[in-house]
Ligand binder design. Sequence first.
Ligand code: IPD
Ligand code: CA
Ligand code: CA
Length: 262
Amino acid sequence: MLNTFDVAMCAAREAGGILSHFFDEGFSVRLKGVSDLVTDADVSAERRIAAVIREAFPDHAILGEEENAGDINAEHLWVVDPLDGTTNFAHHIPHFAVSIAYLHHGKAECGVILNPIRDDLYVARRGHGATHNGKPIRVGNQQNLSEVLVGIGFAYDRGAMMEATLAAVGDCFRQQIHGVRRFGTASLDLAHVASGLYGAYFEYQLSPWDFAAGQLLVEEAGGVVTTCDGQSPPIKKTTLLASNGLLHDQLLPIVRQHMLPS
Ligand code: IPD
Ligand code: CA
Ligand code: CA
């Protein structure tokens, strides 16, 4: 009998194949909102992931970005971003990923993040650590912001949230960080924290499918993930701060200060 981890891996591999195919052969792009793109690849990949999950676990709920609005309170919940980094994909930048997490009673039990172009696979299983292409990963051990890169992301917003992000970035630079990076794929940004490439990452608006797998990856790699005001992230749109743990208390006041009122 298949377990949830095997199913997550199988679904990620199949979706990765679909994304690679569209990436090589071409796709059409349309706008979901201002600057928020979607392609044929997003939809096809999510359909395949949902089919793989439903075949193995017909009674499980699926919350996917494109087509599946599963009940977030379900005992068994899959949280799926079929293509994280659509803007990169649409501009032919090979930095994007499939992100799949399985949650039991709201708690992530396993997460898989796959960049099919680079064949980069990140895996986390609760209590069993985190790996990158089969090798264990750990967050960095830097104790000062002046020793690290900080990953950031901008939601599809060109107003107050963008300004808030820029203000927080300014404050980070004033702490003498080595730099900020904005690579455009939240799940891989979290993987960079888990691997110790970034000391931290924050964004003022993410959806559960952007971070469910990555949050478990960071936690299993020894890091900390909260909202930008220090709460446990909910399974809905939220702010997010991930760090190596040692830097969390230095960053929280900065990202909290610029958060928009909810
Ligand atoms: C987006 C990416 C991006 C982040 C956005 C997300 P999508 O996901 O993860 O890095 O900054 O907030 O919405 O739309 O490409 O799946
Ligand atoms: Ca996403
Ligand atoms: Ca997406």
